[in-house]
Design a protein around this ligand. Sequence first.
Ligand code: OOG
Ligand code: NI
Length: 267
Amino acid sequence: MHNNVDVLFKNLWDNYLAVTPSAVKVHELLGSTQQDDVINDHIALRTFNHPKVGLEKLAAHFLAVGYRECGEYHFEAKKLYAKHFEHQDPTKPKVFISELLLEKCSPALQDTVNSMIAEIDADAVTADNFLYSGTHWQVSHETYKTLLQESEYAAWMAAWGYRANHFTVSINHLANFTSIEAVNQALKDAGFPLNTSGGEIKGSPEVLLEQSSTLADDFSVKFSDGEFAIPSCFYEFALRYPMANGELYTGFVAASADKIFESTNAR
Ligand code: OOG
Ligand code: NI
């Protein structure tokens, strides 16, 4: 495991950029006239609730660099469970980790996922690079399509494995934009398709968090039966509002997150 939080995020970022070419363009668009780098509000990772690779196994990498557990979220229909983590230094991105609840899935899906997980070396899970190690298995495009019918999340994991599925621009820290509407308009004008599930803007000032996201880039994957372009990773935008004590809300909103997951659905 890493002991330096910045090194961990630099590696996660480089690994994300390698399959998300639009991310650089998003930075250019939103941050070009800023002195400082774009500040990321949070990142997200996905996994399965298998003892070998469950949420806690991923979380251990963040606990090791100063993060603590802060909130939990349930997604009944998608069969997901998630927690979020914060660093003592509020300028470090928050971390949202979810896991697919395998026992709620079909026996066929469980078989496929269990055989994928069986390919992971026991040592790999605690290695420095685990959170940006991608897949440890080979799947066919046929298997991918079968998983897709039951769980878009499971199919995405089968194709992409361990990596940040999005970074999130903190609108609060942007010099040129103060509203999420203005950010969305700039993105649309530049040709980025937005995730419209549940509306372009998820959340509201009342729940202290507004979010929007691009649809994932299409990127080529080498499956065991050939190469196919499928949705990779996306960029999210978050505007946080102050709580009664004046401090910005730092949690997530389950109803909004439920729709953000769909940013990796096919266009
Ligand atoms: C995470 C979706 C939830 C948020 O900010 O609410 C999320 C995912 O797609 O894995 O990122
Ligand atoms: Ni997010």
